[in-house]
Design a protein around this ligand. Structure first.
Ligand SMILES: [Zn+2]
Length: 274
């Protein structure tokens, strides 16, 4: 499943190629995605418009058009968004193709169909969409120890569940929540009302560090976006805790432990993470 760093690498790749391109035509498939394909909106607001920018909010890709509309793409579990030269044979799970005026096509492919495409009509604001209730971006300037502490007052929730709550912080999934807390040296089950300012400072620094490292390693993995887009798999940071149960911790050699929190597998070092 693509996590925030992967979506950000895809965004950067697309942003190098898409702005300025005009959408000449749209071919949308009939298969049902997580949400129905917005055919009418695609035709009315995306076809004929020129792409202005490619942005990201949490794990949503936002392709802004010069007419004020935006294409929202969520990759779900297996979604891919790639640029292909016109004439590249279609593959089985291509659900949407935007035919561009530079002899390229932007294709959305998704074998398990948990992803989706939405269109925000011109003048519509993100406040009216599923993006309305997202917390700050972990790589943004408003993700601070002060913000986190203010959200934690009087709350008994375990830290990991809090980190993964998109209303509090946008886009941190299970893998990166485990890796961030390993890096910060804090136990995932620690109650958030008991964290000190010093610990919140470590949570913020580790979040930015771990996500940034992953983005950079993905950037080198996917060096040429256009050529790689057809075949590149998802990448992952070299993991220290996630999936390492029973293996020695890289810091202290204690065996990494596993437990379930809020229905998700959680991995941590019982000695390093207090
Ligand atoms: Zn350890």
């Amino acid at each position: 499943m693509p996590e925030l760093p992967e979506v950000e690498v895809i965004r950067r790749g697309l942003h190098n190629h898409l702005p300025g391109c005009k959408v000449l035509g749209i071919v949308a498939g009939n298969k049902k995605l997580r949400l129905p394909m917005p055919r009418k909106y695609l035709k009315n607001h995306i076809q004929g418009a020129r792409i202005k920018s490619v942005d990201r909010r949490a794990k949503f890709l936002l392709i802004a058009m010069d007419n004020g509309a935006s294409l929202i793409v969520h990759l779900g579990m297996t979604g891919r968004l790639g640029l292909f030269p016109t004439g590249t044979p279609r593959t089985k799970h291509d659900h949407l193709r935007l035919l561009l005026d530079n002899n390229m096509q932007l294709r959305f492919n998704d074998s398990r169909r948990f992803g989706f495409i939405q269109v925000l009509a011109p003048g519509r604001n993100f406040m009216n969409t599923m993006l309305a209730n997202l917390g700050p971006e972990p790589l943004g300037i408003d993700f601070t120890p002060e913000y986190l502490q203010s959200r934690a007052v009087g709350k008994n929730r375990p830290l990991k569940n809090f980190l993964m709550d998109s209303r509090e912080i946008a886009g941190i999934g299970n893998i990166y929540a485990c890796e961030i807390l390993f890096h910060a040296g804090i136990n995932p089950a620690k109650k958030i009302c008991r964290l000190t300012m010093k610990e919140w400072t470590r949570v913020v620094a580790s979040s930015k560090h771990v996500l940034q490292q992953a983005i950079e390693s993905g950037g080198t993995t996917i060096s040429d976006f256009v050529n790689e887009s057809g075949k590149s798999g998802y990448f992952q940071l070299k993991l220290q805790a996630y999936g390492k149960q029973g293996k020695p911790c890289n810091c202290c050699s204690t065996l990494i432990a596993q437990k379930t929190m809020a229905g998700r597998s959680t991995f941590f070092c019982p000695k390093c993470q207090k």
